[in-house]
Write a protein that binds this ligand. Sequence first.
Ligand code: 0RA
Length: 687
Amino acid sequence: MEEENKTVVNAEEQQNAPAEAKEEPEIKISEMNEEEVALEKADANYTATNIQVLEGLEAVRKRPGMYIGTTASPGLHHLVWEIVDNAIDEALAGYCTEVSVFINEDGTITVVDNGRGIPVDVVAKSGLSGVETVFTVLHAGGKFGEGGGYKVSGGLHGVGASVVNALSEYLDVWVHKDGGVYYIRFENGGHPVGHLERIGDCQDTGTTVKFKPDATIFVETTTYEYAVIRDRMKQIAYLNRGIRINVEDKREGQQKRESFCYEGGIKQYVQFINTNKEKLFDEVIYCEGSEPIELASGTLSHVYAEIALQYNNEYSPNVFSFCNNVNTHEGGTHEEGFKMAITRVLNNYARSIKMLKENDDNLSQSDVLEGLTAIISVKHPNPQFEGQTKTKLGNFEVRKIVSQIVGTQLDRFLMENPRIAKMIVEKIIMAANARLAARKAREEVRRKGSLEFTTLPGKLADCSSKDPTKCELFIVEGNSAGGSAKDGRKRETQAILPLRGKILNVEKAQAKRIFANAEIGNMITAIGGGMDPEFDVTKIRYHKIVIMTDADVDGSHIRILLLTFFYRFMRPLIEQGYVYIAQPPLYKVDFHGKQYYAYTDDQLEEVKSKLKLKPGYPFQRYKGLGEMDATQLFETTMDPDHRKMLRVSLDDAIQAEQVFTDLMGDNVDPRKEFIHTNAKFVKNLDI
Ligand code: 0RA
């Protein structure tokens, strides 16, 4: 970048500029300096590049799913992550301190950063300005030129800003750099409208990108959700300490703004997750370090890892891992390294202070993880994402790096804080004892035959098909609705399991009680894959597990208890999208002997106006599933050809964790709030 001419903006202007050179062409050839060679090359490449660029962007438009996963709402939001990732890279390189995301009044997005500004001079290889290269060449990112800094965007994202351009109706870029304001506009999927142009002067540096997603691509929705953007920005702020991220919604009637900046980074993230939990001790233990690695290209880079942890008095583990700011739901080498190290260090420590005697068994990994909240965050220059959802870190060297960092630094912490160390070991020994007691209880229950994991429960009305991909299990609140569901169902593929009253809150109960709970036992047996830690998703008997509860507060609560249970003991069910929530209608209108159902208030209004009903015309508001007879329940809620269901997804397990914690903890207010907004982490409409 450095050698190139900073005043020249694009290759075309370049052709006309050096008048002196034209007068003495013979000299030019022999005396051409590096700069001129580069520009000449740029010139020649410009036309070729332009063609390639448009072909590249066209490919993105033809198969957007290949680049952003989906053109539904998550894909729409992906465009924002992509632009923000670039700014975060600039921040990680040490040149940017603040990033702002605006949902503009018209629903478009603007992202502003105060970094160095995307290079405006010509990149020899493409013949395009740096800005055009970033926004039109697939995967260009900041990788061209030297001094691009440490790039970490990758994983689920990291497809590049050009993909955003390709999928936008228009995209504007302003760069503040070297005293000038530079501007370029793209339209209709990335076609530049003119070249990058200097439009004014400025003192500061930075990049501003504004775009409007193309409605012909995002056919399902082009509406951004403030909460989704805010949650992700907050997460990025936690994962990259000291960076300030502002979020503002400017749309009429929904104006709001928030700002996130955490000097404590992931230490504060752990505190946040433990907010509503009783902590074992106040300190958050923190380890960090970096190791050099050589890339395939031969260049030297480094892997950076940091870990924060704290114990609480609950029973479930809450270990969340990230690589390059991407939540690695499926774990991977960083998580393995961490779990190995913490188990090893705590066992050694417990033995050294004789809390574990010579003949005692080692503390197991699951005992060590009980009640542990931890964040593992790794930055890797060349991450390998594997697994079903590409959220499992595969780089083998990371296991040892994380294990060594945690090994030495946690060990030192225990030595220096014997009071805390003792509390941790005591807690783990208690967990180990509880585990042994639970195993005994389980064996006893099995011996008595009251919770036989192989005989299907008597309450289950099973379906006749044995093909899990076709089978659906409806878990129904209450015996009366259960009866209607049994009578109305499609017997071949639909099974019904009625639940009596509330199920156990697994968040608060000890393992022993969970195993002995009849309702839980029935679900485990019916679903057929066992439960964590032995849960085997390949053995499940239904590929749709449908929670069907009343549309009232009790129904919401039961739904949350069930979701919590699945999340804690059969997480792959949720991860692989096998869990659904039935959507029974809220209203019924009887009109001339025909029934009309409405699932929302808006739909009710629609029905009223379509049937031209007079004000005051009666309609029924369903309070519970039990108010529908078998036929109605099937037609409105269970019939695969007509029903609407929500598929439960954990896009962000931490968000879910926070939601579950709020709900299940002793703090009552968040629970109330949740009951009204729980659609938030239940995404993807499905029929
Ligand atoms: C490559 C090199 C340089 C900056 C950037 C990329 C850059 C890219 C983006 C994308 C969004 N915001 C950005 N800010 C900077 C360094 C240029 C130099 O050395 O001056």
